[in-house]
Design a protein around this ligand. Sequence first.
Ligand code: NAD
Length: 536
Amino acid sequence: MTTSTTDSSTPAPGAAASTDERIAVVNPATGLQIGSAPVFDAAAVAELAARGRAAQPGWEAMGFDGRALVLRRMQQWMSDHADELLEILQAETGRVFEDSVLELAYPLTALGHWARNAEKYLRPQKAAASSPFVLSRRLRSYYRPYGLVGIIAPWNFPITIGFGDSIPALAAGNAVILKPSEITPLSIEVIRRGLEECGMPEGVFQIATGAGATGAAVVDVVDMVMFTGSTATGRKVGAQAAQRLIPASLELGGKDPMIVLADANLERAANLAVFGATVNSGQVCLSTERFYVEEAVYDEFVSRVVAKVSALRQGVPVAPGSVDVGAIITADQLEVIDAQVRDAVAKGARVLVGGQPVRGVTGRFYEPTVLVDVDHTMACMTDETFGPLLPIMKVADADEAVRLANDTRYGLAATIVTRDRARGAELAGRIDAGTVSVNDMLTHCFALGLPMGGVKTSGIGTRHGAAGIRKFCATKAVLVAPSFPNADIHFYPANEKVSPLLLAAVTGLYGTASRVARATPRALATARRLRRELGR
Ligand code: NAD
């Protein structure tokens, strides 16, 4: 782990100047300052926007192959610089080595995926004629990059989310301004340097470090915004984008349930539960945050989970494999977790393992915690925790589990554990969430061919799949008609003989023959009446 300090976003030659203000970056596991980053105010962000707009046409003109080449070089570059990236990721997040390896796996996958598939997803689409009015016309829709895309990212996966979302935007031909979280702004600077070394033209990928005001300044200058973060901030970003009438894609908070059915492989279920709730110290949007277990296997499941959670090693991660669970990123986040545990206990929950912040250390850690006798009056079952809590509730059957799983304002992800895959798939269809896993968790992140996003207050829009890159493009529909004949039937002048025929043709296409037969005389009668009334 790094002990030296790092300064991020040293402006490249010709880059926009940030303000003199700097944000201190602290390793949450040690409490030591590890670096700082500049603050970009609105004027500095506007300068970035001007540079991005100037650079974008050249990047778009490189075509899919030219851009894919840069992305593939970056894939290699990141593999070659894995040690440097892991060190800085670990230092700014305070997490364990293995969590950072998982983080690195995502952009490595995504760089290859979008380099390989961007052209396929964005190739012009043919449309069939849907009416005689467009017969003989050539109908095509085209995807054109919006131009300048703003990406605003949270702290829990500084590279996976910030850079990961930039990759499809770049592959589509956009320039990007990335606003990383003010809590983890350092690792992304290594990415910027890597892209530069891989031949990304200057100004195409730029970073605006700073807090919320910098994020708002980014929304003010871009053509499209992709935001990942809390539901509360997502609402603000969505409202600001609506004011500007620019598209916004919002990936927000979650309260993901896990349902364990009586026929489940209980050892796998317990492992999924413990990993799902404590990986990255529970600070994952797809973390499993509440558990519903069928009565018949409840005791056995709880006892396996308690044993596994008790065995977790927690502390400052000094080397690969040295501990299992790392730090909590901020003091505020630690307080949210602890407040939920205190609230649950005050309302009758029992703590079987953990239950408090780790005392006597300089860093911020919260003990992985198992809670039972919980219900939906408790915040730990209804509000996002973003910490290593496992509140477990006994249910009578799968129907009760589904009802409780859906009893939430969130709808990001869910897991069902059962040996009956068909039943799992059927229950998946009844869960109100954007992504559902059966006998699995988190691996959705690596299924880049599948859309991944949230419903309800967990977001609007998806990552991955065709929609995951098309959202960074405007669609243009082009209709090409042959240049003959001289005039179509509906052109001027209106003609009293032809117009009723036109009506007969329109209704004849979609109605029955008898209605057509009635339509023409009725139209003629109406015309005669109108003529009389107008005195013509
Ligand atoms: P946050 O909402 O506090 O901040 C996210 C980003 O928004 C930061 O870069 C922040 O500086 C910026 N920001 C703050 N105010 C802003 C404003 N007014 N305008 C523009 N930008 C602004 O979230 P966080 O605490 O950094 O991250 C944790 C949250 O992120 C959790 O709720 C988690 O569920 C969510 N998350 C969601 C996903 C997903 O894919 N759905 C993934 C990871 C994290």
